[in-house]
Ligand binder design. Structure first.
Ligand SMILES: [Zn+2]
Length: 529
């Protein structure tokens, strides 16, 4: 199906950032001693000059005293002044790092750093894949501004500790000033709008922990469509779509599809994660991104039919990231398949819900066909955003969930997947790596699934199944490259049988040639001996 191909190839991706910036990787000792608590970003945006000017305030806890504080900030922007706990401090800004010192050491404990800066941020060359600012215009000539920075990191426009392992646990405030008549959409809830002369200031605030690349805003001549959504647990959450005024007639449809997707995602992954704030999306000039409580939507209302119902694959996928990326977050980009792969699996589950099991199976077979299997999905810990990204983190990650579902059975698999999305030890302030996922699923299964995780996530190999015909109607079947017994469908003359195979041969009798795993639950290579 067309959109399966689209989903497998084009979402939330980061490659070759414009400034050759990347985020994550090995955490420096200077930043390992910091625990970021909160960001306040206060900027005036000038669409004519394509510039920003203002300050960022960072609240953090130092675990030990230190002579210097080190933040990430692109050198494209100019730092004017820095204060630590209200006292002006010295700064040096080089190679996209901001070094802050004072006459004496900074004590351990909580500190507040304020950095005044501004300039013309880098323009995105191919958003959302290469990030930066997009200074676009709607068809009436009004400014339409978006930011993307998943790969490059938020340092492209505010000073921060740019690593996926450290989100501001107390949230973020965004105080954004734009020319009067424009609207700013940001994360969390809109607290206040004030207008002075020809400028309006929008104060957005989230109290939730949030990834750096989601702390951003969109600007446009927006009109807001609103309704209230009742979650699976009975909580009422505002649902808002910031549509360009010229597209407002389509905004109600987006809210309908938002509701449809939310019902499906809640069924499998538990209640919508940000019930104290809102379900939100903004229309953007780029395709889309999973910005927390303010999903970027740029699919231009190109709906398609799944099981006879309208569906927007982009909206569903980015919304799925509210669970997989925003609520369940990989500690390091090396484990990004947890975010992209399971989110992509959520796209396939939407097919299951809207069109049925057979269509879901078809979509998984198509997903299997599109896997590359050239480099491992997980390439180690401490992997930066550039090195971690490859297409198999989407489809192969999703297909691995499909394999687990078959191995474990629905009665164990689905509750375990929901546990990963709901248990406090894996969500919100706690980040995860592949080992956490493996242990959770192994515990639920009652036997170690480590060999399965290893084969499909840490190697590019497929499961090798040897078939040896010994007589006209006799076959010996065994697994070659995995040290654990696995269930396997074998089609014989008496129909489909679910057998347990391992590295010792299993004898199968069939007058017709046998078929291994005909419905395709494994990425596999059948070797006829
Ligand atoms: Zn994605």
């Amino acid at each position: 199906m067309k959109y399966v191909i689209l989903l497998s190839s084009v979402l939330c991706a980061f490659v070759c950032p414009g400034q050759n910036l990347k985020s994550g990787g090995k955490l420096s000792p200077d930043q390992a001693i910091m625990d970021i608590r909160h960001y306040t970003i206060s900027l005036t945006v000038d669409p004519d000059q394509k510039s920003i000017d203002g300050y960022t305030e960072i609240d953090l806890i130092l675990s030990v005293p230190t002579d210097r504080l080190v933040f990430d900030l692109t050198n494209v922007l100019k730092v004017n002044k820095v204060w630590v706990n209200g006292k002006e401090a010295k700064q040096e800004h080089a190679e996209n790092k901001l070094f802050i010192t004072s006459g004496s050491a900074f004590n351990s404990g909580r500190i507040k750093v304020r950095i005044a800066y501004g300039g013309q941020p880098t323009i995105a060359t191919r958003p959302p894949w290469t990030g930066g600012f997009q200074w676009d215009k709607d068809s009436n000539g009004n400014p339409w501004i978006a930011i993307t920075c998943q790969g490059e990191g938020a340092k492209i426009y505010f000073p921060c500790k740019d690593h996926p392992s450290d989100e501001p646990n107390e949230g973020a405030d965004m105080i954004i000033t734009v020319p009067k008549g424009l609207t700013v959409a940001g994360p969390g809830l809109l607290r206040k709008v004030s207008t002075k002369k020809n400028q309006s200031t929008f104060h957005w605030k989230t109290n939730y922990t949030i990834a750096n690349y989601c702390i951003l805003f969109n600007v446009g001549k927006y009109k807001v469509a609103k309704r209230t959504y009742t979650t699976i647990d009975g909580n009422k959450v505002p649902m808002e779509y910031y549509a360009l005024e010229e597209n407002f007639d389509k905004a109600g449809k987006i809210l309908d599809l938002f509701e449809q997707s939310c019902l499906i995602l809640e069924k499998y992954f538990g209640e919508y994660p940000w019930v104290k704030e809102r379900i939100g999306a903004s229309e953007t000039p780029h395709l889309g991104m999973e910005h927390q409580t303010n999903i970027a939507y740029g699919n231009k209302y190109r709906f398609e039919k799944i099981g006879g119902k309208d569906f927007d694959w982009l909206l569903h996928h980015e919304f799925g990231h509210e669970w997989w990326a925003n609520k369940v977050t990989n500690r390091d980009w090396g484990h990004m398949w947890i975010q992209e792969g399971i989110c992509t699996y959520g796209d396939r589950l939407a097919i299951r819900e809207l069109a049925g099991e057979e269509q879901y199976m078809n979509s998984m077979r198509e997903t299997a066909r599109l896997t590359k299997n050239k480099i491992p999905v997980v390439r180690g810990d401490e992997v930066d955003s550039d090195s971690a990204y490859q297409v198999d983190i989407y489809g192969k990650g999703a297909f691995f969930m499909h394999t687990l579902r078959y191995v474990m059975g629905d009665a164990i698999f689905f509750p375990t997947l929901k546990k990963l999305a709901t248990d406090p030890q894996y969500t919100y302030n706690n980040t995860v790596v592949t080992d956490d996922v493996e242990k959770l699923f192994s515990n639920a299964y009652g036997k170690s699934l480590k060999p399965l995780f290893h084969l499909f996530l840490y190697t590019p190999d497929k499961l090798e199944v040897s078939v040896k015909q010994t007589y006209d109607d006799k076959y010996l079947v065994r697994l070659l490259n995995i040290d654990m017994p696995l269930p396997m469908d074998i089609a014989t003359d008496s129909g489909l049988q679910r057998l347990t195979l391992d590295t010792t041969a299993t004898l199968i009798t069939s007058k017709t040639p046998i078929q291994v795993d005909p419905k395709v639950f494994y990425l596999k290579k059948v070797i006829m001996e």
